[in-house]
Design a protein around this ligand. Structure first.
Ligand code: AGP
Length: 611
């Protein structure tokens, strides 16, 4: 989704930094981009373009950047108004004195726009953002910071903004409410970004802004205060993990690279967290004593998309392994339906980015209702991780492809370890704990086995790549895997795919089956397989081609199909992980065969920061 970068520092460095920063944020998904630079004589120059950052870069080649010390830039993912140069950020005030980039949604923009229009302001875009520079101008009486303060106090909705003022070429102001802002400290320059990925090659020393805070930034100084002018002392955080986009290496796409990284990323997620001797897991970020854990009487997971699917699987684990009642909710539904949360409810927000607006709102609701909130996030220092106060990081490394792959498998591995820990804290004995610990330790090598099947999976995917509708069916722990497999396919190939509980198929969806609608049937050797074979027969009776996932050299599906994907034998808890890796490869090769843009699919954003 939208990305912000800002720079204030040495001569000539502003434009190259901003363009590089925008490229590093490209993975988030966007449809237009823009940049504003201010020179020492107080002139703001703005360039915008539709499409990729490279187009903006080409347009910028003709501009004279020698006297530019400060600038702001933005990648826009359209919400209010179509992708166009007029709607692209930065937006300017009527006099051109102020330039603003904005992430989030201003919910009272039409009311503000009406008011400002009556006061003589002219608007040139369809965006909600454009009211901000006009509002700042309205409040301006020569004091830049006071004008920004006055303006943001009028906004409702969400914002992360960076602002330039032509009268203050050596100052940049940023503020946030609901959209992340991080400030990079690089000695002779200071920077702003909505995502630390944009900064990390320049500095690892950062300051995170909290909601309703702003920062007044010069090349040598950063002053943080609340938007009500209360001074704030903020510790510098050091980024110790690798967030850089290392490039695709020999892989054609980031998605394929990230699929192949899974033995390593899951290895990192479980490293040091399994105590084989004790048959238990150690999750220090959870920060709960055995007694506090024993008091948990319900678990509620709140998440979106792939993280929701991981959470659904987590509920199977918590009930089956830990013996704790558990449910999962789409985060926005959780947030808005006034959920019942008791003091001993453990709420688990799950988010790769740690910035998903709906999940963040669920965290706030859960914190407010007094729940124990523990986040499962990948991005260290992200808002959800910080506001939850406790949690478990994935250590999956940066995930660049919009379609989540390695974050999903790491989320599942973390949930399995958490279920083990809570189970051992209750009725699970040492022997069962040791067996599950050993099974978790095997996950990286089991994934490696699946990756060896890539040529077979590619051939099957190519064979079916003309299909326009697919069903994915699974039972038990494989039902969330069916949902995730279908999501992967629709995200990157734009082909309609639905995941269903295999038993539900005949309660309606079976009406859609015919020879043109393949069914991906998850028929691994786990409890429920016999019933699954019956469901496959039902699909074949309607002439649906079947693509089966089975365990090892199991021949159970040979009578129904020759399109068989084999995953190694494992417990029912680990089978969804190996199966999803196979389905990721299936979706990848299917989309590739159709010539789709895999890493940045149309309409999608990596981090969905609006509700
Ligand atoms: C996954 O492939 C998707 N891109 C999407 O569903 C994603 O999982 C969802 O938006 C949640 O993101 P988060 O994990 O960063 O919160």
């Amino acid at each position: 989704m939208c990305g912000i970068v800002g720079y204030i520092g040495s001569e000539k460095a502003a434009a190259p930094f901003l363009l590089d920063g925008l490229k590093r944020l490209e993975y988030r998904g966007y449809d237009s981009a823009g940049i504003s630079l201010v020179n020492s004589s107080g002139h703001i120059l703005t360039v915008k373009s539709i499409g990729k950052v490279v187009h903006l870069e080409q347009k910028c080649q003709s501009i004279q950047c020698s006297d530019m010390y400060a600038g702001i830039a933005h990648t826009r993912w359209a919400t209010h108004g179509a992708p166009s140069e007029n709607n692209a950020h930065p937006h300017l005030s009527g006099s051109g004195k102020f330039a603003v980039v904005h992430n989030g949604i201003i919910e009272n923009y039409s009311e503000l726009r009406k008011r400002l229009s009556m006061a003589g302001h002219k608007f040139v875009s369809d965006t909600d953002t454009e009211v901000i520079p006009h509002l700042i101008e309205e409040f301006y009486n020569g004091d830049f910071a006071a004008a920004v303060t006055g303006a943001v106090q009028q906004l409702s909705g969400t914002y992360g903004i960076a602002v330039l003022c032509a009268d203050y070429p050596d100052m940049m102001i940023t503020a946030r409410h609901g959209s992340p802002i991080v400030i990079g400290l690089a000695g002779n320059a200071n920077m702003v970004a909505s995502d630390v990925t944009a900064l990390v090659s320049y500095t690892r020393d950062v300051l995170y802004l909290n909601d309703d805070e702003m920062a007044i930034i010069t090349p040598s100084h950063v002053e943080v205060r609340t938007i009500n002018n209360v001074p704030v002392t903020r510790e510098v955080s050091r980024i110790s993990w690798d967030v850089s986009a290392d490039g695709k290496g020999t892989f054609e796409h980031f998605m394929l690279k990230e699929i192949y990284e899974q033995p390593e990323s899951v290895g990192n997620a479980i490293r040091g967290r399994i105590d084989l001797k004790a048959g238990n897991a150690k999750l220090s970020g959870l920060d709960l004593t055995p007694r506090e854990m024993a008091l948990i009487n319900r678990i509620v997971v709140a998440a979106c998309g792939s993280s929701f699917h991981a959470g659904l699987l987590g509920t199977y684990y918590f009930e089956d392994i830990s013996g704790i009642p558990a449910s999962v909710e789409q985060a926005a539904e959780f947030r808005y339906r006034n959920p019942i949360i008791e003091p001993n409810t453990l709420v688990l927000p799950i988010s790769q980015s740690g910035e998903t607006a709906d999940t963040l709102a669920a965290v706030r609701e859960a914190v407010n209702k007094g729940a124990i909130v523990a986040a499962i996030c990948n991005v260290v220092g992200s808002t959800i991780a910080r506001e939850s106060g406790r949690g478990i990081y994935l250590h999956a490394g940066s995930e660049i492809s919009v379609a989540s792959t390695k974050a999903f498998t790491c989320q599942v591995a973390v949930l399995l370890m958490l279920a083990l820990l809570l189970g051992r804290n209750r009725r699970m004995n040492h022997e069962t704990g040791t067996e599950l610990s050993q099974e978790i330790m095997r996950i990286p090598s089991l994934i490696q086995e699946v990756l060896k099947q890539a040529p077979t999976i590619e051939a099957i995917a190519k064979k079916h790549a003309n299909a326009h509708d697919l069903f994915y069916i699974g039972r038990g722990c494989l039902y969330p895997a069916a949902l995730e497999g279908a999501l992967k396919l629709k995200e990157i190939s734009y082909v309609h795919a639905e995941g269903y509980q295999a038993a539900e198929l005949k309660h309606g969806p079976i009406a859609l089956l015919d020879e043109h609608v393949p069914v991906v049937a998850l028929c691994n050797d786990i409890p429920g397989k016999d019933k699954m074979l019956g469901n496959i027969q039902e699909c074949r009776a309607r002439q649906s081609p079947v693509i089966a996932v089975v365990t090892g050299d199991d021949d159970c599906c040979a009578p129904f199909t020759e399109d068989i994907i084999r995953v190694p034998a494992s417990s029912r808890f680990v089978a969804p992980i190996t199966t999803v890796v196979a389905l990721q490869l299936f979706a990848y090769y299917f989309a590739k065969e159709r010539g789709c843009e895999i890493d940045q699919p149309r309409n999608l954003a990596k981090s969905v920061t609006v509700e």
